[in-house]
Design a protein around this ligand. Structure first.
Ligand SMILES: [Zn+2]
Length: 246
């Protein structure tokens, strides 16, 4: 007796091919039908772009009472782009082409000192003569992440290498203190996000660029390998290339 093979049955058998012997279940006609309906070769799909890690919560400048940049500052001259090495420099174009390395700092003030982003900004403007806070981000002992200097502007935190470095400061003195758990966790979230957002390749501690400082302190130095590996970055200064804008 001839069996009529429906499409549904063929699909069912095809799906069960690993556990059911098709020849005995369907006979020769069934096999021919299966051959005619051979599965198409899968078309290679383009790989999806990597998704960004979630952006951590970042306290904006206005919320912590930032002063406007002081463009009369004695150690950062003028406004907007300039050929002067020490000038306030708004990067042109794509920031992913500017940044390759994130640098970790400490503020070097012990945790029993009340310290805020305003304190750091005042120190950098009033004492150092810079136009603004030097770091792009700050993280306090409770793990709050703060917006620092505009990410589109050259930072001021690593002598001789400011152009193209992204600066993150953890509040505390990690020659003496241990970083707080929440602070370390927030730093990792921020590094993960920045690494993906700007296609970074490296993470370094400040002292790796400037040997005349112990920043960010020996008690955070051991965390740097972890920050880097969790974010898919290499350690050290080897990825630093000052951006060229023609
Ligand atoms: Zn530093």
């Amino acid at each position: 007796m001839t069996q009529r093979i429906t499409r549904r049955e063929v699909m069912l058998v095809t799906g069960l091919a690993a556990t059911v012997c098709a020849a005995s279940a369907l006979g020769v006609g069934g096999l021919l039908l299966l051959r005619r309906r051979a599965a198409p070769t899968p078309t290679p799909q383009p790989s999806a772009p990597p998704s960004l890690p979630p952006q951590p919560i970042i306290v904006p400048r206005a919320a912590w009472g930032a002063r406007d940049p002081d463009h009369a500052a004695p150690n950062e001259y003028g406004y907007a782009e300039s050929a002067l090495d020490s000038s306030w420099w708004v990067y042109p174009g794509d920031l992913a082409a500017v940044y390759n390395t994130v640098v970790i700092h400490h503020t070097a003030h012990t945790q029993d000192t009340v310290e805020t982003m305003q304190d750091i900004q005042n120190l950098h403007i009033n004492r150092n003569g810079w136009a603004d806070i030097g770091y792009h981000y700050g993280i306090d002992a409770d793990g709050n992440i703060y917006e620092g200097r505009d990410i589109g502007v050259r930072g001021s935190s690593v002598g001789g290498y400011n152009t193209g470095l992204l600066g993150v400061v953890l509040m505390g003195n990690f020659e003496f203190d241990q970083p707080m758990e929440a602070q370390v966790a927030s730093a990792q979230l921020l590094v993960n996000w920045l690494a993906a957002l700007y296609s970074l390749s490296h993470l370094a501690g400040h002292s790796e660029f400037n040997s005349n400082t112990v920043c960010p302190g020996e008690n955070i130095a051991t965390q740097l390998d972890t920050f880097a590996s969790n974010a898919g970055l290499q350690r050290g200064t080897g990825g630093y290339v000052a951006p060229s804008f023609g």
